[in-house]
Design a protein. Structure first.
Length: 256
């Protein structure tokens, strides 16, 4: 591994700067990692919601991915918004053997669907068996795991082949504390954090990218997740509201 771990970030472009590839690159910089990037789709969005997505041509996407991989093997790959089943199939075909953190972005914060049944089938059947860490919220876990109980859904996702599931709890817990769970085939660990006021755009992208960075630096999974959760919480604590929508994480906070 190089002195600065190299992470290949694959996801959508968010013009507001709150989420997507910009969130990934800012997170990598804060964690002293080198980012390379591959954009799956352009988006029409602001800090409030996504209006539309415009997926890249699969052939052009695959050509760029092939060029990047030939130029140097990344230490970690992080996937966010995919945009289409065809792009997911390219990744399943081209990424075997590379450690993968997958953030299954199925819907925008405002509720607009960002996936369809074909894409979700590609995630379940082709990408999950290649995934080191999956980072769904409760709704994403239910949809991909086909179970109403999010913990049962997470266990179903483990049976699909991914090695670890970080079930994030912001959308599934009430009260002053948020409970996240890291599930593996033979273990389960909970992490609690104080709930922050307001709504945040890009928190899921930020957390998944922070996990990828910590893992690329060689931390064991529980430590990588714990430190990524802490850093993400601090980036939300420092968030501001540059537009008229949600708060955006400040990823300039130092990583411990």
């Amino acid at each position: 591994m190089s002195q600065r771990p190299r992470i290949l970030f694959i996801g959508g472009h968010d013009p507001s700067g709150g989420a997507g590839i910009q969130a990934d690159i800012e997170t990598a910089l804060a964690h002293h990692c080198r980012a390379s990037s591959l954009i799956t789709c352009l988006t029409t969005q602001d800090s409030s919601d996504v209006r539309a997505i415009h997926p890249q041509d699969p052939a052009a996407f695959e050509a760029q991915l092939e060029l990047l991989l030939a130029d140097g093997r990344p230490d970690m790959v992080k996937i966010g918004l995919l945009g289409s089943a065809a792009l997911g199939e390219v990744l399943a075909r081209r990424l075997p053997g590379l450690p993968l953190v997958l953030d299954p972005v199925l819907a925008a914060g405002g509720g607009r669907a960002l996936s369809d049944p074909d894409l979700e089938a590609v995630i379940r059947e082709q990408l999950l068996p290649r995934t080191l860490l999956l980072t769904p919220n409760h709704d994403e876990a239910r949809r991909l795991g086909d179970a109403q109980n999010p913990t049962e859904a997470a266990r179903a996702l483990l049976k699909r082949g991914c090695r670890h599931v970080l079930l994030t709890g912001t959308d599934g817990t009430q009260g002053s504390m948020i409970r996240h769970q890291l599930l593996s085939r033979d273990s389960r660990q909970a992490f609690e954090q104080a709930r922050l006021p307001g709504r945040y755009h890009g928190s899921g992208c930020t957390l998944a990218s922070a996990c990828a960075c910590r893992l690329a630096r060689g931390l064991p999974m529980p430590d990588a997740v714990a430190r990524a959760l802490d850093w993400t919480w601090r980036s939300l604590l420092a968030a501001d509201r540059p537009g008229q929508g949600q708060h955006l994480p400040w990823r300039g906070v130092p990583s411990a």
